[in-house]
Design a protein. Structure first.
Length: 249
């Protein structure tokens, strides 16, 4: 299946989603956007705030897209690896890590667009972060174990999500933390229905993770992806925080 996340249009949308200011995404000169839309902005940063440990050593960001959540993790991890399946997204994330500026288009309507630019945050050591293209189904065997693992909005975009769930106990150190975010938007175009949860997604996660993890809490976070000035994807992602049990595989 062709990867839809390699298009220049989606790259622009995700650069805005990750690095655009809320006033860039929702300028109010012509349209009075609801306050709830503004509150949904900043999702890649809000999910990382779910971790309790603010002084971790190693972090892994699975499905990092263009890297904002990986940079956010670097504020509390000494080293972070960001992994995404999209070559385009990882190329952009690496350019930002190198301190470069990426110009992108915010589409307003039709051929009308505003040119914006994305930069990595200036308040972190960019050398703490590395990015690599990879498949969440089959992460490289030597990737290691981590104090924090973050997987935001990736599970329901995998053909075989159970493969990632089965790998997670090997990725999180005893006492380490795992944050999973998913809007539970199971679609045949990404995941065959035979591989969907049979009940609720959170119960399905419990079935696969409770042998090795303790569930700390669940909560919801809205997120907003702008397509045009009048067309947005407003979604609510279900987040769960887990801690790795000691000595249980």
């Amino acid at each position: 299946m062709e990867n839809p996340y390699e298009s220049s249009r989606l790259l622009d949308e995700y650069l805005l989603f990750h690095y655009g200011d809320v006033d860039d995404a929702l300028p109010t000169e012509a349209i009075a956007y609801p306050q709830a839309m503004r509150e949904a902005w900043g999702f890649p940063h809000r999910t990382v705030k779910g971790f309790r440990n603010r002084d971790a050593h190693l972090g892994l960001d699975i499905g990092c897209a263009v890297g904002a959540s990986s940079f956010a993790m670097a504020r509390q991890c000494q080293r972070v690896i960001g992994i995404d399946y999209s070559h385009s997204f990882i190329h952009a994330a690496n350019l930002l890590r190198e301190g470069k500026t990426i110009d992108y288009r915010r589409v307003d309507e039709g051929m009308q667009a505003k040119h914006l630019s994305a930069q990595a945050p200036s308040d972190i050591d960019l050398d703490r972060v590395t990015f690599e293209q990879g498949d969440a189904h089959a992460l490289r065997e030597d990737i290691g174990t981590f104090d924090q693992v973050h997987a935001a909005n990736v599970l329901c975009r995998l053909a075989e999500p159970v493969k990632l769930l089965q790998r997670l106990p090997q990725l999180v150190r005893a006492g380490g933390e795992l944050v999973i975010a998913t809007p539970c938007t199971w679609l045949e175009s990404f995941t065959p229905s035979a591989n969907w949860p049979q009940g609720s997604t959170i119960d399905w996660l419990k079935d696969h993770l409770l042998a090795s993890f303790a569930l700390v809490k669940t909560w919801d976070e809205p997120f907003l992806i702008r397509e045009t000035a009048r067309k947005f994807q407003w979604s609510s992602s279900q987040l769960s925080l887990w801690t790795r049990r000691d000595g249980v595989w």
